[in-house]
Ligand binder design. Structure first.
Ligand code: GTP
Ligand code: MG
Length: 196
């Protein structure tokens, strides 16, 4: 999709604050600092629309970005940020779970993992959880620029093995916010989900 127009419409922590439209939504989930905001910015051709930072855990609300009046990108707060209190983590978890399970407009979830590492316990739990709820998932292995091209296949198989990747319900894509490699493929998956 050629993106010219993006608006941040809403920041929400509860359903009454979600946008009241029928526009399809695609959510971006993953550990703090994995690169959710960077992926979102790459897709919409903005350097810093979604707030990126080296400070993990900065995004603490569901942020809805309306793209070309056709789709909302939902930037979900990163899980596994150790420095917030246990109570806050539980509230985060509840907010995310409510959104992912009770939102008819949600057409798919882009689940980010770091291309350089084996998925964490939380990455695996998130993936299992999404597939349990039959939510279509695109696993994006990001920061791919940090590993040599020749090692991409190996990284992909390590990630898929750890996740017990299910090719029936899920897709996989290597991505780099630095080189934009994988961007068109991520868009293609999103557009397919939007049409569903
Ligand atoms: P939270 O909002 O805290 O959950 O983080 P986030 O998942 O939105 O991560 P964000 O996009 O803010 O990126 C975190 C850091 O990783 C920033 O310093 C980014 O510049 C860097 N980063 C993100 N994607 C890439 C990538 O593909 N390659 C490289 N080299 N760095 C990246
Ligand atoms: Mg972010």
């Amino acid at each position: 999709m050629e993106v010219h127009n993006v608006e941040i419409t809403t920041s929400a922590v509860k359903p009454s604050q979600y946008p009241q439209t029928d526009i399809p939504e695609i959510a971006f989930v993953g550990r703090s600092n994995v690169g959710k905001s960077s992926l979102t910015n790459s897709l919409i051709n903005r350097r810093s629309f979604a707030r990126t930072s080296s400070q993990p855990g900065k995004t603490q609300t569901l942020n809805f970005y309306k793209v070309e009046e056709q789709v909302f990108f939902v930037d979900v707060p990163g899980y596994g940020y150790a420095k917030v209190s246990k109570k806050m983590r539980e509230e985060f978890g509840q907010m995310i779970e409510t959104y992912l399970t009770e939102r008819p407009q949600l057409k798919g979830v882009v689940s980010l993992v770091d291309a350089r590492h084996e998925p964490s316990e939380e990455d695996i739990a998130m993936y299992n959880w999404l597939t349990y709820y039959n939510i279509p998932v695109l696993v994006v292995a990001t920061k791919a620029d940090k590993i040599a091209r020749g090692k991409w296949n190996k990284a992909e198989s390590v990630i898929k093995k750890a996740l017990e990747f299910d090719r029936e319900t899920s897709a996989f894509q290597m991505f780099s916010a630095v080189t934009k490699s994988g961007k068109d493929e991520v868009w293609a998956w999103i557009e397919e989900r939007m049409a569903d």
